[in-house]
Design a protein around this ligand. Structure first.
Ligand code: ASP
Length: 305
């Protein structure tokens, strides 16, 4: 495997291999010296053309913990702001002979395009409303740790499915791991034909009690050019997940950043059933495992000391 652009690039065995490796990297995070020499002498470029907190910081930390040299470029403050095209930027950065380029872009398909212009391995860190495969992997990692396995689990993905790259990657990844997925949200925020991905779709929370896991999505207001809902207040009334809407035993997830009081109530975010903190913690180990898989290879031994 040269690139990670989409969850479709991974079969179940590849996902499990990455997660097993992430477990060994998570163990390294508990050590005093949190580094392994796996990528010593190699360069990882992080190219972020859209805002990010969790994904950019965890990719940077992941590459550093693997001992790579890391260059992080954000569109603000770089020549991208001066109008340099993605292709020219990549050509410039190619002078450093990067082993991997991690890219986040507001444009669906940007990561795939980039893979055609460089010899480096490309990791998609979110391309428009298309995909965010490493988010899906860290979510599967978090759930696998909690549930043991995802086979047969019912996972509801609630909210702005239409604009969410996380929804697309997670529907694919959860199903690949044997879970049943239902998407739920206002009809205007459910893509037409979404069932073709293998999931069920419903516009109401009536049967939310069936879910083992409730995965809530952020309202992607930056991607909305028109009004998809009457008002945020009305949306919150009908779809906001609070502790009162969850039954005992259900687990709650959200990829962050959360719009407190919109898709999630404050009590839910901080409740004991929330896995949000664990999702963030999983990010570094899972992204280390992805870089390792691409740059060192699937055949390498499970623990890199
Ligand atoms: N952080 C995730 C993403 O970049 C989710 C979100 O922004 O709502 O897609």
């Amino acid at each position: 495997m040269n690139h990670l652009i989409s969850i479709e690039d991974l079969d179940r065995a590849a996902i499990e291999r990455i997660l097993d490796r992430a477990e060994s990297f998570a163990e390294i995070a508990g050590r005093e010296i949190k580094k392994v020499p796996a990528l010593r002498g190699r360069t990882v470029v992080n190219l972020f053309y859209e805002s990010s907190t969790r994904t950019s910081s965890s990719f940077e930390l992941a590459a550093k913990r693997l001992s790579a040299d890391v260059v992080s470029v954000r569109s603000t403050g770089s020549s991208v702001e001066k109008g340099e095209s993605l292709r020219d930027t990549v050509q410039t950065l190619s002078a450093y002979e990067p082993a991997a380029i991690v890219i986040r872009s507001p444009h669906a398909g940007a990561a795939r395009l980039l893979a055609g212009w460089t010899d480096a391995s490309v990791v998609n860190a979110g391309d428009g409303k298309h995909e965010h495969p490493t988010q899906a992997l860290l979510d599967v990692f978090t759930l696998r740790r909690r549930l043991g396995r995802l086979d047969g689990a019912s996972i509801w993905i609630v909210g702005d499915v239409l604009h969410s790259r996380v929804a697309r990657s997670n529907i694919l990844a959860f199903q690949r791991m044997g879970a049943k997925v239902t998407v739920c949200g206002p009809p205007t925020l459910l893509p037409r034909g979404i069932e073709a991905l293998g999931c069920a779709a419903t516009p109401t929370l009536e049967r939310l009690g069936e879910a083992d896991v409730v995965y809530v999505l952020r309202m992607q207001r930056e991607r909305m050019q028109e009004a998809f809902i009457p008002s945020l207040r009305e949306y919150a009334e009908r779809y906001q997940i609070g502790v009162g809407r969850l039954r005992t035993g259900q687990l709650l997830m959200h990829p962050g950043p959360v719009n407190r009081g919109v898709e999630l109530s404050a009590d839910a975010i901080d409740s004991p059933v929330s896995l949000i903190g664990e999702q963030v913690r999983a990010g570094v180990a899972v992204r280390m495992a992805v870089l390792y898989e691409l740059l060192v290879g699937a055949a390498a031994p499970a623990v890199a000391a």
